[in-house]
Design a protein around this ligand. Sequence first.
Ligand SMILES: [Zn+2]
Length: 78
Amino acid sequence: MGKLAFWAAVGALIYVGMKFLAVSQRRGDAAKRRDAAGRNNSEKMLQCAHCGVHVPSSEALLSGSRVYCCSAHRDADA
Ligand SMILES: [Zn+2]
């Protein structure tokens, strides 16, 4: 009976260890996703010189020192 209790304890330890690893891995993934989202949220917003709409700097069109939300507004202002 002592042997059975020993192996049951070993099995329980392995089970708990796997659970712990899975949880810590999920937490790491969630933290990475949060970091990525934080970078996106901190992206600079620029105002279109034509219509005044704010667009993320990665989507904005630059024409000299002026910023536009789309090529139509850039062409309309040129
Ligand atoms: Zn615009």
